[in-house]
Design a protein around this ligand. Structure first.
Ligand code: XMP
Length: 513
């Protein structure tokens, strides 16, 4: 295992990710990790980049015990500056911030770190730089702006690089990371998702112990289902899953989830119908953020109430809460850049921990979405569920624009169901990242048969994206849109007109509210 110490760079997580692509296992821990408290011996240590200046008073520093491990060390950006700071303090502000591509010129081609690499583009993102070589080090690579683009200790395998090998803009960066792990640290390339399942099941069993019980919320989405299945494999019925039907789920969702999870996957699941409670609280509310807060708070309330009804066999209280947190959520929440502006409040179960005094279990916190899907397939979760589009916590409440009523939800649901059915029939579901129907709070005139109609408008949205931060609308064939529009107007009472949303994100968001 390679130990990655995280100094807070926005790219840190990509280091472990890249290594995993080569079946190399790496574990990322905060930069302040005490080596004596680690409990295992890494085969190598990587110090990540970070937003600080090593010379600043409050800058984070690494435990010097890493040097006593006598394993290879690689400092990336801030990590390199940290090595330089420890060995002569020749670090200071650069004349200008260097951000973007640069050309790496390798001086020492025979160095194992550069095996199979040649001069290539690398990605720079730094304000500080080395003003001289650290004591005992030599240069092995340069760039136009950086005489110390790559350095190594004269006698030990301690390396520093100014650029970020973990981002794809560094064209041979992956090779460099692999070289570090394989050529220098001699790690085995034997990490697989099957290993992950075994290790994680054991970790859960050890953490929970022989009698304690665990509770978790499922949504019908891939993350919570995969986490629940893993939990069930580990501790069986001592895991209690709860699906809260908030009245704004997709058409027949609660029943479908129950069938798949209980009958198909053997998960100990309770479905709680709280739809009236949610809809009553949403009465008269039109502000999107208020809707989100109401749904989030009501969810916590209902979940707690249900949790109290569960009586663990050991006679004690439930002790753990399962959460399907993925890696990207982790980085978002440990962002060192201070709170970013709230565009939309994403509701989660965070509040439950404080109120219920539960300990958190997050078996997916090291994984990315595609890895969770792979894991889901291995755990025998049905293909359709594994590849399901994401669905927001506040559900159809933010897809019924304006006031949310049972009738309005029903219209939006039916239209959405037809739309998704047709997308699947056309074989387009997996090409689209997310698709849904919104019900607009405006009426429009139409004609059906000889009758004048005056009914609402459905807006269809379908996007392609890799990270949901930016997105483009999906270019359907006109014949497809024609068919969907005709089916929705004919089959869903209350709809007179269908439109297709052709705005990208930004400037629009994915959801309409
Ligand atoms: P936006 O609308 O912010 O959507 O561009 C990006 C992604 O986030 C989902 N989304 C939410 N998910 N609670 C959630 O759990 C929310 O309040 C929420 N708002 C948006 C949205 O469906 C899309 O996948």
């Amino acid at each position: 295992t390679i130990l990655v110490l995280d100094f807070g760079s926005q790219y840190s997580h990509l280091i472990t990710r890249r290594l995993r692509e080569f079946n190399i296992y790496a574990e990322m821990l905060p930069c302040t990790q005490k080596i004596s408290e680690l409990g295992w011996t890494p085969k190598g240590v990587i110090l990540s980049g970070g937003p600080y200046s090593v010379y600043a008073e409050d800058a984070p520093h690494v435990d010097h015990a890493i040097f006593d491990l006598n394993v290879p060390i690689l400092g990336i950006c801030y990590g390199m500056q940290e090595l330089a700071w420890i060995n002569g303090k020749q670090v200071g502000r650069g004349d200008k911030r260097e951000y973007g591509p640069a050309t790496l010129k390798v001086i020492d081609n025979s160095n194992p770190l550069f095996k199979g690499m040649n001069d290539s583009t690398v990605w720079m993102s730094h304000g500080d730089k080395l003003h001289g070589l650290p004591t005992g080090y030599k240069t092995i690579a340069v760039s136009d702006n950086s005489p110390y683009c790559g350095i190594v200790h004269e006698t030990k395998a301690i390396y520093g690089i100014q650029f970020h090998p973990e981002v794809t803009h560094s064209t041979q960066g992956k090779t460099l990371l692999k070289n570090f792990a394989v050529e220098l640290c001699h790690t085995k390339q034997n990490w697989t998702m099957e290993n992950f399942i075994d290790t994680e099941i054991n970790r859960i069993r050890n953490l929970v112990g022989p009698t304690a019980e665990v509770i978790g919320a499922v949504s019908g989405g891939v993350d919570s289902t995969v986490a629940s299945k893993l939990m069930t494999e580990a501790i069986g019925d001592r895991f209690h899953a709860i699906l809260v039907d908030n009245g704004v789920l997709r058409l027949n969702e609660a029943a479908n989830v129950k069938k798949t999870l209980v009958e198909g996957l053997g998960i100990n699941l309770d479905v709680v119908d709280a739809s009236e409670e949610f809809l009553t609280k949403l009465k008269g509310v039109t502000d999107p953020e208020k809707k989100r807060k109401i749904i989030g708070n009501t969810f916590i309330h209902v979940f707690e109430r249900e949790a109290e009804k569960i009586k663990p066999k050991d006679g004690k209280e439930i002790q753990f809460l399962l959460q399907g947190t993925l890696y990207p959520d982790v980085i978002e929440s440990i962002s060192f850049k201070g709170p970013s502006q709230t565009i939309k409040t994403h509701h989660n179960v965070g509040g439950l921990l404080e109120n219920m005094k539960l300990k958190l279990i997050e078996p997916l916190r090291e994984l990315f979405k595609d890895e969770v899907r792979h894991l889901g397939e291995l755990l025998g979760i049905p293909h359709d569920l594994v590849w399901r589009h994401p669905f927001p916590g506040p559900g159809i409440a933010i897809r019924v624009l304006g006031e949310v009523t049972k009738e309005q939800v029903e219209i939006a649901r039916k239209a959405d169901n037809i739309y998704i059915e047709e997308i699947k029939k056309a074989g387009l579901y997996n090409q689209i990242s997310q698709a849904f129907a919104c019900l607009l709070p405006v009426k429009s005139v139409g004609v059906m048969g000889d009758q004048r109609t005056y009914d609402q408008v459905i807006a269809l949205r379908a996007i392609e994206t890799t990270d949901f931060m930016t997105a483009d609308w999906f270019p359907f064939e006109h014949s497809f849109l024609k068919k969907v529009a005709s089916r929705i107007v004919n089959e869903v009472d209350g709809v007179a007109r269908v439109t297709y949303d052709i705005t990208s994100k930004p400037p629009a968001t994915v959801e309409w509210e």
